[in-house]
Design a binder for this molecule. Structure first.
Ligand code: SF4
Ligand code: SF4
Length: 421
């Protein structure tokens, strides 16, 4: 546990050293216009005080530290639950679900691809801290600090068992969503994770109608299928899944030797408990290792095939970019220029950009999309290949234990273990 406090302190000091230019926009007086124009009164709220951002980072780090201790040492489901309620109130309803680690991956991506776009240290901390903690102690962020995860966790009433093949197949989607979110953020097109966040409307007590319906639907489904957004959609969860697989220490169902009483077997609403390997499967381990090598050799082909397939959709996907959309619209429907109610078109006509500049920009964005969709497709092919290979890896497991990638460290299974008592 020594590494985490050290990292946290470093991050806090780093965050406290924010350059003054973050506040630069408030230091200059408003210009005096010769035409007599007066600046209207500001009706939007001031940028959030830095102190609040420090408090957010401090609270997130504290939540992660405390949850790690509860999961590894104290082993208390009750405390994890109370902590998660507090996190939901603060990060969800008080902070309105923003800033959140899930969306921060888009800010990080855009800052890497666009040198003009800068992210604050708060965003970096929100992106990095949960990943660092999951490398150390598993998905403690999902257990109690993520408002999106907690709101789903609290509505579980009668979780049904999802067939393993459905769970594994749908579990691929977060990686596809991750690839799309990175593609759209890197090209400066959109932040799709935020745009389609199903819970932010609930946290803010108001959003577009379809998003509210989406959020309510996820919660209704979540009563019977544990954490549907976390398991089958969340792109940040895909990253946490990978880092958690390599976690140094992880929640264990029993504090001592597993007596294989099977009481914990069905306690996990997320199907994240691995059973001891059946004897007949153990005897097939050698046989399967041959197929493992075969599928490993197929991965480059899968990457190529997915890259090719995905890149063929680059023109369609690029249409989400405002410049590509506008150029397409003006070329194919020139009469739209007369439409005084079309704000996009009127803003363009009122600007000093020429049609040639717009078309050049759209062509260059499409070219970027061609490369981006190739890379995204290759990534999806890699994930698909690793998924297929994972079906042929048989680990000799002698006890019941959580699957480190899928376990949300909620602590429910610990309560079922008689050894614990
Ligand atoms: S999987 Fe995603 S939404 Fe769910 S708790 Fe983890 S980070 Fe939050
Ligand atoms: S702590 Fe136990 S019950 Fe909770 S997600 Fe992990 S394996 Fe499932």
């Amino acid at each position: 546990m020594k590494l985490i406090p050290l990292i946290t302190v470093i991050l806090l000091i780093y965050t406290a050293a924010l350059p003054e230019d973050v506040l630069a926009q408030q230091r200059f007086p408003a210009p005096e216009f010769e035409s007599g124009y007066e600046l209207p009164d500001v009706v939007t709220p001031e940028p959030r005080a830095l102190a609040n951002e420090y408090a957010d980072v401090f609270l997130l780090a504290s939540f992660l530290l405390f949850t790690s201790w509860l999961v590894i040492k104290k082993r208390s489901r009750k405390w994890i639950l109370w902590l998660s309620v507090f996190a939901l109130l603060y990060f969800g309803f008080i902070r309105n679900g923003c800033i959140c680690s899930v969306g921060s991956l888009q800010n990080m991506t855009l800052s890497l691809s666009d040198p003009v776009y800068a992210v604050s240290y708060t965003v970096i901390a929100f992106f990095m801290l949960p990943l660092i903690f999951s490398l150390a102690y598993g998905r403690v962020f999902c257990a109690s600090a993520c408002p999106l995860g907690v709101i789903q966790d609290l509505v579980i009433i009668r979780p049904a068992k999802v067939p393993l093949w459905v769970q594994k197949s749908l579990g691929m989607f977060p990686f596809v969503y991750l690839a799309l979110a990175i593609l759209y953020a890197a090209t400066g097109t959109d932040f799709i994770i935020c745009r389609y966040d199903p819970f932010v409307g609930i946290f803010r007590m108001g959003a577009e109608f379809h998003l509210v319906i989406l959020g309510i639907s996820f919660l209704l489904i979540g009563m019977f299928v544990g954490r549907p957004y976390c398991r089958f959609v969340c792109p940040y969860g895909a990253l946490l899944k990978v880092t958690s697989l390599f976690s140094k220490r992880h929640l264990s169902i029993t504090p001592a030797q597993c007596i294989k009483c099977r009481l914990c077997e069905d306690s996990c609403p997320f199907g994240a408990i691995e059973k001891p390997t059946p004897d007949k499967l153990v005897s097939k381990i050698k046989q399967r290792s041959g197929r493992f090598m075969l599928y490993a050799a197929v991965i480059p082909l899968l990457m190529l095939a997915f890259g090719l397939a995905f890149s063929s959709s680059h023109i369609f996907l690029a249409r989400a970019h405002p410049d590509v959309y506008l150029a397409h619209l003006l070329i194919n429907e020139p009469e739209v220029m007369q439409d005084t109610e079309n704000l996009d078109v009127q803003t363009f006509l009122g600007s000093d950009r020429t049609m040639e500049e717009l078309v050049d920009s759209a062509a260059s964005i499409q070219a970027t999309f061609r490369t981006g969709t190739w890379l995204a497709g290759a990534f999806i092919g890699l994930v698909a290949g690793l998924f297929i290979i994972s079906q042929y890896i048989v680990r000799r497991r002698t006890v019941f234990e959580p699957n480190r990638g899928d376990c949300y460290s909620c602590g429910r299974c610990m309560e079922y273990c008689p050894v614990e008592k």
